[in-house]
Design a protein. Structure first.
Length: 394
C-alpha cells in the first residue's frame, strides 16, 4: 500500500527552512469521542512530521494554550474556538492574518476546510465525504457548512490529500476534482499498537470493565453507517447454532443511536452476550485489541477505517465489510463480507473462532500488512508533498 508521493529535491541550509502552518484546533486532549477520528490524524501528523523531515519548520495553531508538541511552535488564540461557530470564524477571518504574521510558506488544513482568503499555498486533507453520501446523519447546519466549505476549500487548494483511493474517487465524482490534484496518503498506526506479551494489563482491563475471557470486539462510533446492528443479528445466529462462549463487545461513544442499539439487544435476548462499554480512550485501545480474539467491522462507508488496521497491528484477526475503503485497508490480511448479510457474518465468525490455524494465518498476515502503514510513513509522504508544492510555487 504505497502512498502516491514522489521524492523532490529540497534545500539543506537551516536558514532556508520553509515554514509549514497547520490548523490544530480540532486536536483534542479530552477523554471523549472528540479525541477520536480527525483528532488522532492531527496528533499522528504532528508527532511524526518533525521526525520525518527536520528540514522544514512547523507552526501549529490551536485554541488550547497548554498544548505542547515537540518540534512545533505553538500559536494559541484567545478566541473560544472550542465552540464550532467561533472556530469557523477564526479559520476564515483570523487565520490568514496569523499565517502572514508567522511568514508561513505553506498552510495545511488537516480537516476538510482551509482559510479561503489566505495568499499562501493551501493543502487540504479530505478524510471522507460522508456528509454528501449520508447527509441525513448530520445536523442541517453542520451538513451545509461541510458541503459548502469543503467544496470551496477543494477549489482553492493547490493540492489535496485523500485518506484512500476510495475517497479520491468520491472526490472526483462529487467535487469534480481531477485525479492529478488529489494525492492518496494513508493514515497509519503508532508503535503503541502492537501485540502485548504481558498479560497482566489485559487482566486488569477485564476486571475494570467486567469483561469475560473470550470476546469479539468492534470499535466504532455508534451511528447508523457503522452498521453495528448487523453484528447483533449475526451474534444472535451464532448463539443459536453453536456453543461458542464468546461475548460481543461494541465499544464507542453513546450517541442518539445508542437507544436503538440497546433496544435491539433486548429484542434479540442478547443481554448476557453483548457488552456496550461506551467510549474507549486512545490510551486503552491497544489493550482492547489485544484482549479480543476477533475484531469485526461491518461499516458501510469509511474514508479509511483506522480500527481494523489498529487491530491487525495488535495481532488480532479481522473481519470487515467489503465496502468503500476497507478492502484497501485489510487486503488479503482480513476476511471481507457484504454489509447486508448477517448469515455470512455469523458463519465467518464461527469458522474463524473454531479454527486456530486460520486465526494464526490472519494474525501473521495482519501484522505484516500493518508494518508498512505507520504514522511515520504518513508523515514522510505528507512532508514530501509539502516540498512538491513549495517547489511548484517557487
Amino acid at each position: 500500500m504505497d502512498n502516491d508521493i514522489q521524492s523532490t529535491q529540497r534545500p539543506c541550509a537551516a536558514a532556508d527552512r520553509p515554514t509549514i502552518g497547520l490548523n490544530a484546533h480540532l486536536l483534542s486532549r479530552s477523554l471523549t469521542y472528540r479525541s477520536a477520528g480527525v483528532s488522532r490524524y492531527i496528533h499522528g501528523l504532528m508527532t511524526h512530521l518533525p521526525l520525518a523531515d527536520d528540514a522544514l519548520a512547523y507552526v501549529a495553531y490551536t485554541g488550547d494554550p497548554e498544548l505542547r508538541v515537540p518540534g512545533w511552535q505553538m500559536r494559541a488564540t484567545r478566541w473560544r474556538t472550542e465552540r464550532p461557530a467561533m472556530r469557523i470564524l477564526w479559520e476564515q477571518l483570523a487565520q490568514p492574518w496569523a499565517l502572514r504574521s508567522d511568514k508561513v510558506d505553506l498552510v495545511h488544513a488537516p480537516v476538510y476546510v482551509g482559510p479561503l482568503a489566505t495568499t499562501r499555498p493551501l493543502v487540504v486533507t479530505v478524510h471522507d465525504l460522508s456528509f454528501f453520501r449520508y447527509p441525513e446523519l448530520f445536523p442541517r447546519g453542520n451538513r451545509l457548512y461541510l458541503q459548502r466549505f469543503t467544496r470551496l476549500s477543494a477549489q482553492r487548494a493547490v493540492r489535496l490529500i485523500a485518506d484512500s483511493q476510495s475517497t479520491r474517487r468520491d472526490m472526483q465524482e462529487i467535487l469534480g476534482l481531477s485525479r492529478s490534484r488529489v494525492d492518496v496518503i494513508y493514515p497509519g498506526v503508532g508503535p503503541e499498537m502492537r501485540p502485548l506479551a504481558d498479560r497482566e494489563p489485559l487482566a486488569a482491563l477485564r476486571e475494570r470493565y467486567g469483561l469475560p475471557e473470550r470476546i469479539i470486539l468492534c470499535v466504532a462510533t455508534l451511528e447508523p453507517r457503522k452498521n453495528v446492528l448487523l453484528l447483533l443479528e449475526a451474534m444472535a445466529r451464532l448463539c443459536e447454532r453453536t456453543d461458542l462462549p464468546h461475548t460481543l463487545v461494541i465499544a464507542g461513544g453513546k450517541g442518539w443511536f445508542y437507544e436503538t442499539l440497546d433496544a435491539r439487544v433486548q429484542a434479540l435476548g442478547l443481554q448476557q452476550r453483548v457488552i456496550l462499554p461506551g467510549f474507549v480512550p486512545d490510551a486503552e485501545l491497544p489493550l482492547w485489541y489485544n484482549a479480543a480474539e476477533l475484531f469485526v467491522y461491518p461499516s458501510r462507508y469509511e474514508g479509511f477505517g483506522l480500527p481494523p488496521l489498529e487491530a491487525m497491528a495488535c495481532g488480532t484477526p479481522v473481519i470487515v465489510s467489503d465496502q468503500s475503503s476497507l478492502p484497501e485497508v485489510v487486503g488479503e490480511a482480513g476476511v471481507q463480507l457484504p454489509p447486508d448479510d448477517p448469515e455470512a457474518w455469523a458463519e465467518a465468525m464461527a469458522e474463524l473462532l473454531e479454527s486456530p490455524t486460520q486465526q494464526q494465518a490472519l494474525r501473521e498476515a495482519g501484522l505484516q500488512r500493518a508494518q508498512d502503514m505507520t504514522w511515520l510513513a504518513t508523515a514522510k509522504a505528507t512532508a514530501e508533498l509539502y516540498w512538491q508544492v513549495l517547489h511548484d510555487q517557487a
